[in-house]
Design a protein around this ligand. Structure first.
Ligand SMILES: Nc1ncnc2c1ncn2[C@@H]1O[C@H](COP(=O)(O)OP(=O)(O)O)[C@@H](O)[C@H]1O
Ligand SMILES: CC(=O)OP(=O)(O)O
Ligand SMILES: [Mg+2]
Length: 399
């Protein structure tokens, strides 16, 4: 079975075309800056190492048409015609309380996605556009939604309720949902495989640290708590998102700094986090350079805040689960920034971590251990693969 996976963001589409017979990625790429004159289209296939094009791509429908055209092109395509696309799997960020599993896209699902737009205004509208674009281009191909929120539907109410009037939950569905579930689930399974135990017998804390970032407590294979909440803004500090702050701050910004609700939202989501605090960048490669090469004070300070928040979240989840067996680092930053893993894990001997700096200093693919052989708690770097997970879920739902 060959599956096209799509991860539609507000201004981007990431895609992979995967042959599930051998899990081979036949083609992949990304369309960025959708809606702008100089949208950037990157396409890679077996026949074509990398192709980067700047072109106007007005919306998601145009972007998806471009992707399909390339997949079927004579020169660098990987299939002859549309009939070779057996299914399309979409990353859907918010499925609310309605989906604890992936689901075949139908009118019912579309209604729920529409309803969840107000809960994930940055993500869900784009996800819907992606589905509609495929429905138009490939009307006969089945589509499946794989929800970021699904894995976290096992959280108990003590973890997902906010201390607000109870009817805010019953009437408005204001609760913690959690995100990045596809990644947390995938890396937890990989980690269990690596340590040679059943996931059912492990307490795992997974740290998905990318541009968006969240930590998850996984007890016996089930998510029991996670740092993102009602929206992907809650939790640890991120590339451009603040994460947890005193909830009175937005009111102060509105009343005393005379900002509108939209302006506050924009600052918290797009101008805060590493970008805001360092006043340099949200790209951790740049921050790392500033720290290591220039000893830049602002970068060092912001990085201390960043790692401190992850460390505290790990402590909280060890407490929540009455212990931890495995800690996983994943996501763009978690996988490719050894000093992040080291700074989070130093001075955690009390928890049973013996960190191994030498092992940690690696950029190898896949999974490797960054704790010592004697360490009671195993600390691992695991390469996530949300696209493969989406393709596998798509096959599961359709079979
Ligand atoms: N070699 C590297 N060292 C440090 N950080 C890196 C490196 N490569 C990528 N990153 C970080 O990973 C982030 C992207 O991670 P990713 O998980 O792909 O994020 P998202 O899915 O949220 O876009 C980039 O913003 C960058 O900061
Ligand atoms: C939910 C979320 O934050 O996703 P991303 O990391 O892709 O922005
Ligand atoms: Mg991501």
């Amino acid at each position: 079975m060959k599956v096209l996976t799509l991860n539609c963001g507000s201004s981007s589409i990431k895609f992979q075309f995967i042959n599930l017979e051998n899990e081979d990625v036949m083609a992949d790429g990304v369309v960025e800056r959708i809606g702008e004159e100089d949208a950037l289209y990157t396409y890679k296939s077996e026949k074509y190492s990398v192709k980067k094009l700047e072109m106007p791509i007005s919306d998601h429908t145009v972007g998806i048409k471009e992707i399909l055209k390339n997949l079927m092109s004579d020169k660098h395509g990987v299939i002859k015609d549309q009939s070779e696309i057996d299914a399309v799997g979409h990353r859907i960020v918010h499925g609310g309380e309605d989906y604890a599993d992936s689901a075949k896209i139908n009118d019912e699902v579309m209604k729920v996605l529409d309803k969840c737009c107000e809960l994930a205004p940055l993500h869900n509208p784009a996800n819907i556009k992606g589905i509609e674009a495929i429905t138009e281009a490939l009307p006969d191909v089945p589509q499946v939604g794989v929800f970021d929120t699904a894995f976290h539907q096992t959280m108990p109410s003590r973890a997902f309720l906010y201390a607000l009037p109870y009817n805010y939950y019953t009437d408005y569905k204001i609760r913690k949902y959690g995100f990045h579930g596809t990644s947390h689930k995938y890396v937890a399974l990989k980690a269990a495989e690596f340590v040679g135990k059943k996931v059912e017998d492990l307490k795992i804390i997974t740290c998905h640290i990318g541009n968006g970032a969240s930590v998850c407590a996984i007890d016996g294979g089930k998510s029991v708590d996670t740092s993102m909440g009602f929206t992907p803004l809650e939790g640890i500090m991120m590339g451009t998102r603040s994460g947890d702050i005193d909830p009175a701050i937005p009111m102060y910004m509105m009343n005393n700094m005379k900002m509108s609700a939209d302006e506050v939202n924009n600052v918290l989501n797009k101008q805060s986090g590493m970008l805001g605090l360092s006043d340099i960048s949200n790209d951790m490669r740049e921050i790392e350079d500033k720290i290591l090469k220039e000893k830049n004070d602002m970068a060092i300070q912001a990085f201390e805040v960043y790692t401190y928040k992850i460390k505290k979240m790990i402590g909280a989840y060890a407490a929540a689960m009455n212990g931890v067996d495995v800690i996983v680092f994943t996501g763009g930053v978690g996988e490719k920034m050894p000093i992040l893993r080291e700074d989070v894990c130093v001075n955690m001997e009390y928890l049973g971590i013996k960190f191994d700096s030498k092992r940690n200093d690696s950029f190898a693919d896949g999974t490797f251990e960054v704790s010592t052989d004697e360490s009671r708690v195993k600390v691992l770097k695991v390469q996530t693969n949300e696209e493969l997970m989406i393709a596998l879920e798509t096959r599961k739902v359709l079979s």
